[in-house]
Design a protein around this ligand. Structure first.
Ligand SMILES: CC(C)(COP(=O)(O)OP(=O)(O)OC[C@H]1O[C@@H](n2cnc3c(N)ncnc32)[C@H](O)[C@@H]1OP(=O)(O)O)[C@@H](O)C(=O)NCCC(=O)NCCS
Length: 133
């Protein structure tokens, strides 16, 4: 996919704010595989280029990546990407968020997502499964 480079750069920037995440090459390989024209949406600004992206696993309607450039947060980018993905999905969307990722958890709460399950025994490994409205 043509926009893979900018998406990988945003992903790398975002991971620097997530010290609880274990860094490994595998997560970049997984992201590269998910970045196909059928599975990925990017948000672009004319002067800035790609400012955020979302990847969706079909047919599960599972959002496996949603990352917004730190300079473009709180501008409705995630909201817009999720709305577009919802239109391409067959039902409600779902995703897993790290329990330590308080910013993202607050964002999903503001967007009306609901917690349906929690996994992992240690706080670093704990994730919450959320579903969209
Ligand atoms: C979580 C993330 C995707 C949100 O993206 P965003 O484009 O800033 O979100 P939006 O601007 O669309 O905001 C949607 C709503 O969430 C709220 N929100 C967003 N980030 C928030 C935060 N850190 N704390 C509290 N509320 C937040 C917004 O105020 C908005 O609510 P409102 O419409 O009632 O005002 C972004 O912060 C990000 O990329 N974080 C790092 C990567 C990450 O954690 N991804 C999620 C992995 S599951």
């Amino acid at each position: 996919m043509a926009d893979a480079g900018p998406c990988l750069a945003i992903f790398r920037d975002c991971l620097t704010d997530m010290p609880w995440r274990i860094r490994n090459r595998g997560q970049y390989i997984i992201l590269r595989r998910s970045l196909t024209p059928l599975n990925a949406w990017v948000a672009e600004e004319p002067d800035a280029g790609v400012i955020g992206f979302l990847t969706l696993q079909l047919p599960q309607d599972y959002v496996d990546h949603l990352f917004v450039d730190p300079d473009w947060r709180f501008c409705g980018v995630a909201r817009g990407l999720l709305e577009v993905a919802r239109q391409g999905a067959t039902g409600a969307l779902s995703l897993d968020v790290d329990a330590e990722n308080l910013g993202a958890r607050r964002a999903y709460e503001a967007l009306g997502w609901q917690v349906v399950a929690s996994t992992g025994s240690t706080s670093k490994a704990r994730q919450m499964r959320l579903v969209s409205p």
